[in-house]
Ligand binder design. Structure first.
Ligand SMILES: [Zn+2]
Length: 304
């Protein structure tokens, strides 16, 4: 380890470093992972431009991997034009094309599309990075240091991946982060069922250290925290079912804010959009389970 190691790096296991992002990793920033080797691997490029610049000065970066297509995880890719950048094949099209990005978000065709696009591009200014190559679940990356296995953990996005180092049982789980905000599946291409299965997959990996994009490193109560995090999805089902004790339209459900409660301020617009997308996904699964039925333009609990 270098004597003048950057203060943003914390070695959580031999050769494996947590890269501590600006603003404690709150969006638009996201923590990264650095895997040491003859050349280092950087997973995600959202910790902040100055931090990436220092990393580039002090380390020999040989490869950049992205956990998924959301911009808070790859908005620094443009700084790595001289090395291979890779992402899961299912998320690569969203990285390469803004048109595909907005379509997969579910923005295209909406009445408020222009407003959401404007906000999105102002919140994280878009600088097109190099064209990304792809990887898939089960691939292994190793440059003479610890090896990391790609674990496909879809749901948050179709190609969302974690990176598992088996010796120390350390997992970088990106946006599967047990916190008060998630689980988040607020884009058209996200999936509740996949998200649940991905949490179960992590539980079966039994990680001893879990690094996420937006929380400090987790070393204790990981499984219990993941179970509590997963149970929030069913809590949301229940909250929606309770509201549907009487018939309500989608707009009426949205006004009741069953996912996020009240919100306001600078993030009101995206929160409203995400919550609508998430309510739609819950309704779809409750309709499939026949727990909810349609009544004209309304939805209502089947138990009523
Ligand atoms: Zn994300």
């Amino acid at each position: 380890m270098s004597a003048k190691q950057m203060e943003q790096l914390e070695e959580v296991a031999p050769g494996l470093f947590w890269v501590h992002a600006l603003r404690e990793g709150r969006i638009p920033y996201a923590h990264s992972l650095l895997v040491e080797g003859q050349r280092d691997i950087v997973v995600d490029t959202g910790p902040g431009e100055d931090i990436l610049r220092k990393l580039k000065e002090e380390r020999d970066i040989g490869c950049v991997l992205n956990s998924h297509y959301h911009r808070d995880h790859n908005n620094g890719n443009w700084m790595f034009k001289d090395v291979p950048v890779r992402i899961h094949g299912l998320d690569a099209p969203m990285l390469d094309s803004l048109h595909v990005y907005f379509r997969q978000m579910g923005v295209s065709g909406r009445k408020d599309a222009a407003e959401i696009k404007k906000f999105t591009l102002e919140f994280i200014p878009h600088i097109q990075g190099p064209k990304a190559g792809t990887f898939e679940g089960g691939d292994i990356f190793q440059f003479g240091g610890p090896k990391v296995d790609v674990v496909h953990l879809p749901g948050h996005s179709p190609g969302h991946c974690g990176f598992f180092e088996p010796e120390s049982r350390s997992l970088f789980s990106a946006d599967i982060c047990p916190d008060s905000f998630g689980p988040w599946y607020g884009h058209a291409c996200a999936s509740i069922g996949d998200f649940e299965r991905s949490i179960d997959r992590i539980i079966s990996l039994d990680p001893k250290i879990m690094l996420t994009a937006h929380t400090p490193p987790l070393r204790e109560n990981i499984i219990a925290d993941l179970r509590r995090y997963r149970s929030r999805i069913e809590d949301r089902d229940r909250a929606i079912l309770e509201l549907l004790a009487r018939p309500r339209t989608l707009a009426e459900l949205l006004e009741a804010h069953p996912v996020y409660g009240s919100y306001g301020g600078a993030l009101k617009l995206p929160f409203r959009f995400w919550e609508e997308m998430m309510i739609r996904k819950h309704l779809e699964r409750l309709l499939n389970k026949r727990a909810v039925k349609r009544a004209g333009r309304c939805f209502v609990s089947s138990d009523r």
